[in-house]
Design a protein around this ligand. Structure first.
Ligand SMILES: Nc1ncnc2c1ncn2[C@@H]1O[C@H](COP(=O)(O)OP(=O)(O)O)[C@@H](O)[C@H]1O
Ligand SMILES: O=C(O)[C@H](O)[C@@H](O)[C@H](O)[C@H](O)COP(=O)(O)O
Length: 171
């Protein structure tokens, strides 16, 4: 049976949690587009992170606004999409939700321990240095009660994570 979805789903979490890996697999399972948030950062943001400096609200705002507009177009067309985007603060998630209803955009928060993520970041070839991981945790604001939320706490194989999220999306 097809799992095709017309929902807007954001896979969120600090660096190294597996947003790209889970997001891509989830989009495949739901037969919808996948958007990589990192691919929309302006070059200045990539340069800043590469140099070991965390982004601030002003750096992130235009990036989030662009991603929010993108999600809004999918929503307006009734077309599903999975976005991988750190979405660390409530105010950032508000930008991504735009003027859509709260439950139109569901956030899947991959929440894993610092040590697991630090090891992953050191093992991969990526512009984001492991030295920025603490700043990501410092910035992170948990999903609140009025937000459409699914929390993933496991570092199980991605296929198992996808199955779990698909079941919870259907609840
Ligand atoms: N479920 C998982 N179990 C083990 N390793 C994973 C899992 N998901 C992702 N990874 C690995 O963790 C690293 C970060 O994954 P990635 O999807 O790039 O994270 P993010 O997009 O959140 O930075 C990659 O090396 C990836 O292969
Ligand atoms: O808002 C931010 O500070 C960035 O979006 C950050 O959260 C993101 O982690 C980096 O772009 C690295 O990319 P990964 O999240 O894919 O590691």
């Amino acid at each position: 049976m097809s799992q095709r979805s017309s929902r807007q789903i954001v896979v969120m979490g600090v660096s190294g949690t597996g947003k790209t890996v889970l997001g891509r697999a989830l989009a495949e399972a739901l037969e919808c587009d996948f958007v990589e948030g990192d691919a929309h950062h302006p070059p200045a943001n990539i340069a800043k992170m590469s140099a070991g400096h965390p982004l601030d609200d002003d750096d992130r705002r235009p990036w989030l606004e662009e991603l929010g507009s993108n999600l809004g177009r999918y929503r307006a067309n009734g077309v599903g999409v999975v976005l991988a985007c750190s979405s660390l603060k409530r105010s950032y998630r508000d930008i991504l939700r735009g003027d859509g209803p709260m439950d139109a955009t569901c956030f899947v928060h991959i929440d894993l321990p610092f040590e697991v993520l630090e090891a992953r970041m050191k093992a991969r070839d990526h512009f984001m240095p492991a030295s920025l991981l603490q700043s990501q945790f410092d910035t992170l604001e948990a999903l609140q009660d009025d937000e459409c939320a699914i929390i993933v706490n496991d570092d199980d194989p991605v296929a198992e994570l996808v199955d779990g999220v698909v079941v919870r999306l259907a609840d």
